[in-house]
Ligand binder design. Structure first.
Ligand code: FMN
Length: 226
């Protein structure tokens, strides 16, 4: 599977088969994290590979937004040092792991964001580190809708040359684009969509710059069933 195909088709997988992930695949997933670039090459991360059933069960019990960790045959906890770019660095490593696993047919997901303190004694993680995420891994228990993603329209988030001048995904060879392949969408539709979305956010949430996804995550809804 090439890189774009992995990015295009990967989805959050929250139900897993009992089948163990083979050791060579586990090794590749961990290497993918280890090989990831970090700001100034500081590598402010640690990856704790968990396959012990009881530990997985306890991780699931701690994870309000990811109890399904308990059913996964494998999880990797990502602990970070207290450095300025640690979250960005480790987020890249997490994406490396998720994509590498996916290219091997193994599903996974990001669970949690800065975990409760109880996870540290469970995994023997030193006090000075923070647990950024725990990723459960396993072969998907049900067919995934490969490539079907719920995303905002590309034209709403991708801009060409100037903010508000949407980038258009239609290719030049599809016919009706402008000379360089761009098909400008009207700024008004962009503004209208922003206003409509804002109606579902409180003023405080908008002020905090929280996206709908972040708000959903903070409220702890929407996770756990798919
Ligand atoms: C930073 C981050 C935190 C996330 N936290 C959780 C989580 O705690 N529990 C969960 O089930 N999914 C979590 N997710 C998964 C997202 O909800 C999911 O990727 C998103 O809804 C898009 O769905 P898709 O990946 O299937 O396209 C998280 C994803 C990211 C990037």
């Amino acid at each position: 599977m090439d890189v774009y195909e992995a990015v295009r088709t990967v989805l959050a997988v929250r139900k897993y088969q009992e089948t163990a992930v083979p050791p060579d695949v586990v090794r590749r997933i961990v290497e993918a994290a280890w090989l990831t670039a970090s700001a100034r090459n500081v590598q402010p991360w640690h990856f704790i590979v968990v396959e012990n059933r009881e530990t997985l069960r306890q991780l699931g019990a701690l994870a309000r937004t990811g109890p399904y960790i308990a059913q996964a045959p494998l999880a990797i906890a990502v602990a970070v040092e207290d450095t300025p770019f640690a979250v960005s660095d480790a987020s890249r490593a997490i994406q490396s792991m998720i994509l590498t696993a996916w290219s091997e047919g193994v599903g996974s997901n990001w669970v949690g964001f800065l975990w409760p303190a109880e996870v540290k004694p469970l995994l023997g993680i030193p006090e000075e580190l923070n647990v950024l995420a725990v990723l459960p891994f396993g072969y998907p228990a049900q067919a995934t809708g490969q490539g079907k993603k719920e995303r905002k329209p590309l034209g709403e988030v991708a801009h060409r040359e100037h903010f508000g001048q949407p980038f258009e995904c239609r290719r030049r060879d599809e016919g009706s684009g402008t000379k360089d392949g761009a098909i400008p969408l009207r700024r008004s539709s962009f503004v209208l969509r922003r206003v409509a979305r804002s109606l579902f956010q409180t003023r405080a949430e908008i002020a905090a710059g929280l996206s709908s996804a972040h708000i959903e995550m903070r409220k702890g809804v929407g996770y756990g069933d798919s």
